[in-house]
Design a protein around this ligand. Structure first.
Ligand SMILES: *Cc1c(COP(=O)(O)O)cnc(C)c1O
Length: 217
């Protein structure tokens, strides 16, 4: 698929859901992709990207930003507390706040650097052991703890379990966000973004459908 095709499918899904065209932000997930593919998408005018590793991003985004200073990069992968300083320097948004220790570190670093990246709290709606995120029964408490730290919390993020109907998880994420007064919903990937848009996604994260398959070799 191509970028224009994805953009047109997003618009169709927004229209079908009775939403405004352009109300969903598309994060082009550029992790692991060769630089020329990323530059190609930048060259087509796209400006919002998702990355899942701090170190990998440090190796390429300062360089891309020399030619494209208005590029916006969101961290969508796990964040270790010892990388918080670099993450706050580099990213415009962080989607993976999942524990109090990280929340405290982020709050301190954001103050220190005088920056204000949009923060999303990751929710483990499937309660999967190997997956990061607050479980639904702890979500309200964790969200209020994060808000009490004055963090710029924009919304919630989910990665649904692989073998379950994603829309159930999107609906649960939306419900948790609504009852906590949060409007951002980071949900939906290459295979399920249309149902995420139907359920109110504000940020969808699409990699392979834009760039082609990732080559980890
Ligand atoms: C890699 C990744 C994506 C994009 O996945 P694709 O299948 O390439 O669309 C979305 N969200 C997260 C958190 C990711 O790590």
């Amino acid at each position: 698929m191509s970028l224009p095709e994805i953009i047109s499918r997003i618009a169709t899904a927004e229209k079908a859901a009775g939403r405004n065209i352009g109300s969903t932000q598309l994060l082009a997930v550029s992790k692991v992709q060769p630089n020329e593919r990323v530059l190609n998408v930048l060259g087509q005018g796209h400006r919002i990207f998702g990355e899942n590793k701090v170190q990998e991003s440090q190796g390429k985004w300062p360089m891309f930003r020399e030619s494209f200073p208005d590029a916006i990069v969101h961290l969508i992968g796990p964040l270790q507390t010892n990388k918080v300083k670099q993450a706050v320097q580099l990213f415009d948004a962080i989607h993976t706040l999942d524990r109090l220790k990280l929340a405290n570190k982020l709050a301190a670093e954001i103050q220190l650097q005088g920056k204000s990246p949009d923060i999303f709290i990751q929710i483990n709606t499937g309660e999967e052991e190997q997956k990061a995120g607050a479980i639904p029964s702890n979500a309200d408490q964790f969200i209020s703890d994060c808000l009490a730290l004055d963090l710029p919390i924009k919304g919630l993020m989910v990665i649904p379990p692989i073998n379950e109907e994603p829309s159930l998880h999107f609906a649960l994420l939306r419900k948790i966000a609504l009852r906590n007064g949060l409007t951002g919903l980071s949900m939906g990937m290459s295979s399920d973004f249309e149902s995420a848009i139907a359920l109110g996604a504000t940020h969808i994260r699409i990699g392979s459908a834009i760039f082609g398959a990732r080559d980890y070799s």
